[in-house]
Each structure stands twice: as structure tokens, then as C-alpha cells.
Design a protein around this ligand. Structure first.
Ligand code: NAD
Length: 479
């Protein structure tokens, strides 16, 4: 069976413990590779390698650094099919989705930050004929990056690329549930000529490897994406050490559909924003609020379109594949059970699926729509992170804003209306870091990304990420 290896100081390295964890293909519920069960000893070696590499990497000309990162982007693209297949096996998502979304975006992350770094600039503040102040933006040192399983290479590289482009060295940990594409990325870095120690990838469990990264005294910056509870644990360790932190956490996003929307467009996009990637995207709209005059028509259209979605073998032409793990599969099913206990009516879905053939034992769940719940019941307050949405009518703008803003989360929101004034007004009043009007998941990598309330701290994307990964210094020269 294939053994995944850590990538430390430029070479593939087994874990010091020589212990391994099972890596499961969720579409067939079988172990297919082994992951290093690394610990703080491996993190220590990785940090030392990163510290040793820092001087050379941080003082290299930005053009040279940029060229290495551009080569990594190109190598990911050259291996698009292999990366997409690996992502699908690890995560359960359809190969077509990994091939059109996850892997191209991972390459785009490297390309975006390789070139953005060329344009990073700072300010001067002249004090008439007295003095000149200028700002230095310097790489910080060793950055810790910890990422989740839902968009494995996409989110892993979304942190690593800006951290490296800004001149830092990185110790990174992908999710132990989806380690494979991070393992493959290491080869791209070797082939691109990235100097040893600049990027180090340590595989293993969150409470062992992730926590060791969060707590390491020589890692002054932590960039984390994952669950809100894990974010709180990391913050409780890193904040007293005064580490710089970026936390991208959970969501429970509203999708608000006004009666004056472009109906067909709203309907088609809502199917995608509800069930793409098995609903396992932090940006999926899981609470759908529809203005009463079109409620019944929208509901009927949405249920019919959802019933038509194909779920099954991720290697075939299905819209949805497998849920990422057995544990997550049971969590989602338990929330469907909770929804019925809370008085919800399942309009479609609600059950596990056992596809015929090689995926008969895999973790598949029907896309599920639930009606008849109160806006503030647990089903509508807690993150499910699966193919489960609720739908309910509303009568006024004030009422829907109250529903939408009622959760402890504030990641993304989608609004459908052709009334420009209403669009601007509602966007301003929603408590979410990302607002999409008449679209969903349309991303420009120059824009800021992140959530408010319990959905996170700080913003990724654009120059904001390069700023986060640098330390500012004001220099005042009197003349
Ligand atoms: P998770 O919090 O369980 O794990 C995320 C990462 O943290 C993994 O690499 C894990 O090993 C590690 N980890 C776990 N415990 C740790 C600890 N004590 N110390 C340090 N690291 C630890 O999250 P998940 O289940 O992998 O991902 C799903 C969650 O991620 C959902 O809540 C989803 O909304 C969120 N998410 C948020 C965004 C965003 O941009 N805001 C994007 C994707 C996913």
C-alpha cells in the first residue's frame, strides 16, 4: 500500500515515529494509502529546516522567487488529471469538479501571488522639510498553515502561496482526511527548483501536528482554515504568545431570494449553491429564504431540479459524489434526524444512498431540502456542512434580515433581486464578510475573503494576504 511521506528540508521523509494512519477512499469505504502519524518531533525538524532556509529565501530577488512559484503553478497544471483524480479519491468529490474547480484554482493561487508580490509596494510620508517616513514591509520568518478537507489543494495553496511569495518559509499541515494532493504538491516544488526548507509539509492529526504548529515558539504567524471550535482552540494557544493569526472558520450562510429576482437564474444557481461539492463548501447557502409571492413556485422548481441531480461514483458523470468520511456522513444524517424532530418536513432527499457497483459501501447522501422549521431552531443555527438545506418564506426585508443575521456565523450571503437600491441596502445590512448579489462563488482573487462573528478573524485574498504575511516597520529620517 502506498505510504505518503512528509516533505521536510526539500526531501520526502518518513515520520520519526514510523507510525502511520489509514487513508480512506470514502466512495468505496476502503483504506487505500497510509498517512504519516507525525508528532511534535517532526514539526521541530520542519521548523529548523524552515529557519535555515529563511535568510536565502527572504533576501532572494522577488523576480527569482516569483519565477519559482510560477513554475509550481505550471507543474500543477501539467498534472491536472492526476491531481484531480487524487483529490476525488481522497475527498469523494467528482473528478470533473476537481478538474474544473479545485486544481485550476490551486495553480491560480500560485500564479496570482507569484505576480502580486512583484507589485507589493509601501508608502512614504513626507514631513515638509523636516523628515521623511517610509514603511518597510518585511517577511516575518516561519509561517504555520493549517487547512481543512473540503477543498484540499485549493485551500492549502491559498495560504502557502501568499506566505511564500511574501518571502516567508512555511510549515504546513493539510487535513489528515485528504493528504494526497499536498503530498503530490511537494514533488512540484522539488521540480520547480524551490530551495530546500522553504516549504515543509508535515502530515498527521490535528491535536498532534496542528497543535504543535500552533504552539511552536518559532512560528510567529498562524494561518488556519477549518471549524470554529478548532479555531478557538488554536486562538487559545496562539493569542497568549502574541502570534499573528488569520482564522477562516465555519458558516451557516443565508440565500435570500426576492420576488423580483431573475427567477430561472436564481433557481439554477441555488441548486449549485446548495449542493455543489456535496454541500461541503463553507460558502454554500444552507438557509434559503424566499419572498412569499414566489415561494410555492420557487419551492416546486427547486425540489424538481434537486430530484434530478445525479449522485454516485465520483469517477463518473455525477453531480454529487461521496461524503468525505464515515464520521461526517453520520453527523449529516444525525442533523437530518434532528430536523424532523424539530418539526421539519423533508421535501426531497433525507436518506443515505447505496449506489450499485463499486461504490455500494460508500458514504453517499441524497440532496435534501427541509421545510417548516423556525428560523432559530438548531437545524437553522448550527453548521451541517453537507447536502442539506432548509427553505422558508418571508414577507418583508426587515424580517429576512433578522432571519439571515440570527446565527453566530457571518461568512457569506447570497441575495437575488433586480432592484438595485434593495441590493445595495440589503448588502450593507447583512452581517457577512462576503456578499454575492445575483451570483454565487464568483471570485476575483484580488478581493478580500473572510467572515465576521464566529466565521473568522482577518481577511485573506488580494494584497491583504501579502500584508498579513509581512511585518510593517516605519523608518523616520530627519534631515
Ligand atoms: P477541522 O477544524 O476539524 O480541521 C481543520 C484542520 O485543523 C485540519 O488540518 C485538522 O487536522 C486541524 N486541527 C484539528 N484539531 C486541531 C488542533 N487542536 N490544533 C491545530 N490543528 C487542528 O475542520 P474540517 O472538518 O477539516 O473542515 C470543515 C470546517 O472548515 C467547516 O467548519 C467549514 O465551514 C470550515 N471551512 C471554512 C472555510 C473558510 O474559508 N471560512 C473554508 C473551508 C472550510
Amino acid at each position: 500500500m502506498e505510504k505518503i511521506a512528509n516533505y521536510i528540508n526539500g526531501v520526502y521523509t518518513p515520520p520519526l515515529s514510523n507510525a502511520y494512519l489509514d487513508n480512506i477512499n470514502p466512495a468505496i469505504a476502503e483504506v487505500y494509502s497510509l498517512i504519516p502519524d507525525s508528532d511534535e518531533g517532526d514539526v521541530e525538524v520542519a521548523v529548523q529546516a524552515a529557519q535555515n532556509a529563511f535568510e536565502n529565501w527572504s533576501t532572494m530577488s522577488v523576480h527569482k522567487r516569483s519565477n519559482i512559484l510560477l513554475k509550481v503553478a505550471q507543474l500543477i497544471e501539467d498534472k491536472l488529471q492526476a491531481f484531480a483524480e487524487a483529490e476525488s479519491i481522497d475527498n469523494g468529490k467528482p473528478v470533473w469538479l476537481a478538474k474544473t474547480v479545485d486544481i485550476p484554482r490551486a495553480a491560480a493561487n500560485f500564479r496570482h501571488y507569484a505576480t502580486a508580490a512583484l507589485h507589493l509596494h509601501t508608502e512614504t510620508h513626507a514631513m515638509e522639510l523636516t523628515a521623511l517616513n517610509y514603511t518597510l514591509r518585511q517577511p516575518i520568518g516561519v509561517v504555520g498553515c493549517i487547512s481543512p478537507w473540503n477543498l484540499p489543494l485549493y485551500l492549502f495553496t491559498w495560504k502557502i502561496a501568499p506566505a511564500l511569495a511574501a518571502g516567508n518559509c512555511v510549515v504546513a499541515k493539510p487535513s489528515e482526511i485528504t493528504p494526497n494532493t499536498a503530498f503530490m504538491l511537494a514533488q512540484c516544488c522539488i521540480d520547480a527548483g524551490m530551495p530546500a526548507g522553504v516549504l515543509n509539509i508535515v502530515h498527521g492529526l490535528g491535536p498532534k501536528v496542528g497543535q504543535a504548529i500552533a504552539a511552536h515558539k518559532n512560528i510567529p504567524v498562524i494561518s488556519f482554515t477549518g471549524g470554529t471550535q478548532t479555531g478557538a482552540t488554536i486562538a487559545s494557544i496562539a493569542a497568549p504568545m502574541f502570534k499573528k493569526m488569520s482564522l477562516e472558520l465555519g458558516g451557516k450562510n443565508p440565500n435570500i431570494i426576492f420576488a423580483d429576482c431573475d427567477f430561472e437564474h436564481a433557481l439554477a444557481t441555488t441548486v449549485k449553491s446548495s449542493f455543489s461539492n456535496q454541500g461541503e463548501i463553507c460558502l454554500c447557502g444552507s438557509r434559503i429564504f424566499v419572498e412569499r409571492p414566489i415561494y410555492e413556485k420557487f419551492k416546486q422548481g427547486f425540489v424538481a431540479a434537486t430530484k434530478a441531480l445525479k449522485v454516485g461514483d465520483p469517477q463518473q458523470d455525477n453531480f454529487m459524489g461521496a461524503i468525505v468520511s464515515e464520521m461526517h456522513y453520520h453527523k449529516i444524517l444525525s442533523y437530518i434526524q434532528l430536523a424532523t424532530e424539530e418539526g421539519g418536513t423533508i421535501l426531497t432527499g433525507g436518506r443515505a444512498i447505496k449506489p450499485e457497483g463499486r461504490c455500494a459501501n460508500g458514504y453517499f447522501i441524497e440532496p435534501t431540502i427541509i421545510e417548516g422549521l423556525s428560523y432559530n431552531c438548531r437545524t437553522n443555527m448550527e453548521e451541517i456542512f453537507g447536502p442539506v438545506v432548509t427553505i422558508m418564506p418571508f414577507d418583508t426585508e426587515a424580517e429576512v434580515l433578522q432571519y439571515a443575521n440570527a446565527t453566530k456565523y457571518g461568512l457569506a450571503a447570497t441575495v437575488w433581486t433586480t432592484n438595485l437600491n434593495k441590493a445595495h441596502r440589503v448588502a450593507a445590512l447583512l452581517h457577512s464578510g462576503i456578499i454575492w448579489i445575483n451570483c454565487w462563488l464568483l471570485r476575483d482573487l484580488r478581493t478580500l475573503f473572510g467572515g465576521m462573528k464566529n466565521s473568522g478573524l482577518g481577511r485573506e485574498g488580494g494584497f491583504e494576504a501579502l500584508h498579513f504575511f509581512t511585518e510593517e516597520k516605519n523608518v523616520c529620517i530627519k534631515f
